[in-house]
Ligand binder design. Sequence first.
Ligand SMILES: CC(C)(COP(=O)(O)OP(=O)(O)OC[C@H]1O[C@@H](n2cnc3c(N)ncnc32)[C@H](O)[C@@H]1OP(=O)(O)O)[C@@H](O)C(=O)NCCC(=O)NCCS
Length: 186
Amino acid sequence: MTALAREPDRQIDIEVAKMRRRDLRRVLAIEGEVYPRPWTRSLFLSELAQRHSRTYLVARHEGEVAGYGGMMFTRKEAHVTNIAVAPELHGVGIGTRLLLTLVTEAVARSCDRISLEVRVSNSIAQSLYEKFGFSVEGVRKGYYVETNEDAFLMVAEDALSTDYRLRLESIRDDLRKASPRDTFGE
Ligand SMILES: CC(C)(COP(=O)(O)OP(=O)(O)OC[C@H]1O[C@@H](n2cnc3c(N)ncnc32)[C@H](O)[C@@H]1OP(=O)(O)O)[C@@H](O)C(=O)NCCC(=O)NCCS
């Protein structure tokens, strides 16, 4: 996969909605493009079935799934399970939009700590996460078995604090400037 030029000022209409079974054809196509060991249909189905402890979202552009993301919740903690955007639409804010919606739900569910794993080589995803206040808390050796690559465990602490709320507000403001007609679920 080649990294595309960033176009943060490109305005595109994106709608974020709950993932449905009928989205899976396109989700699996993107999954197969961006990951060396893509999730299977049955794994997505089993995640979607766990309605109370999981949220899966899709971002649609011109009616077509352009990206998706998921989160798992325990009592006080949320964990990002997956986030991906179609390669031809990288760099226009879709990943930010998805993560903002997921993290906002985590805060609404009173999760004070949000975690995720990311390949140590995936610096683009790491900068997305840093924008949301995640920092590296540890390394999981050989976490990605197919390539034997290590994962960083990244964590956003104090997600219920005023500082964190202000961080999310500022990300929301930036997105609003790019898509003034969008209300971002407010
Ligand atoms: C990681 C991923 C989801 C980001 O989605 P995206 O829609 O391209 O991200 P955005 O356009 O919202 O950009 C988010 C941030 O990522 C960083 N970023 C995006 N493209 C970048 C690039 N080409 N170079 C450097 N940083 C980049 C920036 O920090 C950016 O924030 P900013 O524009 O406010 O500075 C996407 O690259 C992807 O699908 N990658 C493959 C799957 C994957 O690696 N998922 C993560 C698994 S842990």
